[in-house]
Design a protein around this ligand. Structure first.
Ligand code: HEM
Length: 492
């Protein structure tokens, strides 16, 4: 018996070593990257080292391009401005597909915009861009609702009477309200919307768990096992059902008023296209699209606003200059609209610097090559995952004078006028660029100017500074914090 084991164990170890060497040999054509473990490759980094600077450190070490292995699947990372510009913008079409993985396929079934590809994606995206534009600016559009929500938030902050409080929940609630009105309209019950929000948050949380990593590597086993991934699937199904219920509601009342929200416009489009045999306008895609507006639009914008206020507390001299500029241009009037950003170059520069200095996404939207491509002499086969590392772009020392410092001068010329910078791409680039970019800009500008007109944000007594460290996750949140909102004038 002992003899058998002394033979079998070395044989097993030998086979494992052989397998590992074969793995390394077959990976030799890809851009070099960090040390990979047998079977799991670099998966462990995403769980054990989920920090903002993991990719940045790797970028510094390996340069513009390197490979991480997600089990057997290569993920090629583009790092720094030149690489992202050259490939994601210069050869946008070649990278236009979104990554398809077993988990995403099982959960989303190729529907909607964000994780859809081909004809479905093209139609839904085109519709989304056009509709968000229609719903966007102007007195009768979303801007009017955003101004109302910002005023509500001012009143909520005023209720704290200058005492320390955590602003996270009120900020998230206000941004959620805007997205609720965009997607479902004013009459959609808040409670149902909150339920959907919880389902989406639960779904997104799974991405940073071991359960998700295991599902991507061993879907055929994991789909039969219990775990967080199963909860994610069932909550997503639940959210889709709720969305479909509301679509039925809209259908019943459709003829009674002009289209006012995303569902109204979509149902009209479905009617227009009903005789078109290859139309991808249908209720499944509509339900997925509206959940994506929530998933992509709430956490991103509210996290940016949280960082904005936190940074104002830590940089009182910058807060002071913003308030002075607003006051000089508008006096005590609170009627600021998005068009007015041109009159407020310093404030506009501060907002852009907030989005650069504390970028809120772990990395840009993962893509997939639609054909074989040659990247810096490396042959990258069709279907390879490509990830643009946006943090290295926004902190590229060749693009920014003081990349690690919060410095609004990055967006000002020598005359103090606002300048947009080529390397400022927080919304991504190319054919997959964020469709909510304008909506996000409007929200951030209106909420920020409204709040800074109404309050001075200060540290609570005894606190020296708020932490600017990030909490790892899909969106890079600040650590929970409290501040005091000291009223400046009338909050009406
Ligand atoms: C500060 C706020 C936001 C940031 C930083 C942000 C950033 C991004 C990024 C980096 C991408 C991936 C782009 C790419 O692959 O190159 C993206 C895609 C997307 N975003 Fe946003 N986003 C924000 C707000 C919003 C809002 C408010 C909405 C809608 C309500 C939205 C909807 C979408 C959708 C649907 C996509 C998928 C586009 C596609 O795959 O064709 N985002 N966003």
């Amino acid at each position: 018996m002992l003899g058998l084991w002394t033979f079998q164990i070395p044989l097993l170890v030998g086979l494992l070593i052989l397998h590992y060497l074969k793995q390394l040999w077959s990976h030799r054509h890809y851009p070099p990257g960090p040390f990979e473990l047998p079977f799991i490759g670099n998966m462990w980094r995403f769980v054990a080292q989920l920090r903002q600077n993991v990719l940045m450190e790797l970028g510094k070490k390996y340069g513009k391009i390197y490979t991480l292995w997600l089990g057997p699947r290569p993920m090629v990372v583009l790092s720094g401005f030149q690489a992202v510009k050259e490939w994601l913008i210069g050869h946008s079409e070649d990278f236009s597909d979104r990554t398809e993985t077993p988990f995403l396929k099982a959960a989303l079934k190729g529907k909607g915009i964000i994780f859809a590809n081909g004809h479905t994606w093209k139609q839904q995206r085109h519709f989304g861009v056009v509709t968000l534009r229609k719903l966007g600016l102007g007195r009768r559009g979303m801007e009017h609702h955003i101004i109302e929500e910002a005023q509500q938030l001012v009143e909520t902050f005023a209720d704290e009477k200058g005492q320390p409080f955590d602003p996270s929940l009120p900020i998230t609630n206000s941004i959620s309200e805007v997205i609720r009105i965009v997607a479902f309209g004013k009459h959609f019950p808040k409670e149902t919307f909150q339920k959907q929000g919880e389902a989406i948050r639960c779904f997104l949380k799974v991405f940073s768990t071991v359960s998700h990593g295991l599902y991507e590597m061993f879907p055929w086993i994991m789909k039969h096992l219990p775990g967080l991934h199963q909860k994610a699937f069932s909550t997503m199904d639940e959210a889709v059902l709720l969305a479909k219920k509301e679509i039925q509601n809209h259908k019943m009342h459709q003829t009674q008023y002009e289209p006012q929200d995303f569902i109204d416009f979509y149902l009209l489009q479905m009617k227009k296209d009903k005789d078109c045999h290859n139309s991808a306008y249908n209720e499944d895609n509509l339900a997925q699209c509206i959940l994506e507006l929530m998933g992509a639009g709430i956490d991103t914008t509210s996290t940016t606003l949280k960082w904005a206020l936190l940074l104002m507390v830590n940089h009182p001299e910058i807060q002071d200059k913003v308030q002075k500029e607003i006051e000089d241009v508008f006096g005590s009037s609170c009627l600021i609209c998005y068009q007015d950003r041109k009159k407020l170059p310093y404030t506009n520069a501060v907002i852009h610097e907030i989005m650069r200095y504390r970028y809120i996404l772990m990395f840009g939207g993962p893509r997939q090559t639609i054909k074989d491509v040659n990247l810096y002499g490396f042959h990258i086969p069709k279907g390879t995952i490509i990830v643009p590392d946006m943090v290295t772009l926004l902190t590229d020392p060749e693009q920014w004078d003081t990349p690690e410092e919060f410095n609004p001068n990055h967006f000002l010329d020598k005359d103090g006028q606002f300048i947009i910078r080529e390397a400022f791409l927080p919304f991504g680039a190319g054919v997959r660029v964020c469709i909510g970019e304008q909506l996000a800009h409007i929200q951030i500008f209106i909420f920020f100017t409204k709040l800074l007109s109404a309050f001075t944000f200060q540290l609570p007594e005894g606190v020296e500074r708020l932490s600017e460290e990030i909490v790892p996750g899909l969106t890079l949140q600040p650590h929970p914090f409290k501040f005091c909102a000291i009223p400046r004038c009338s909050t009406s």
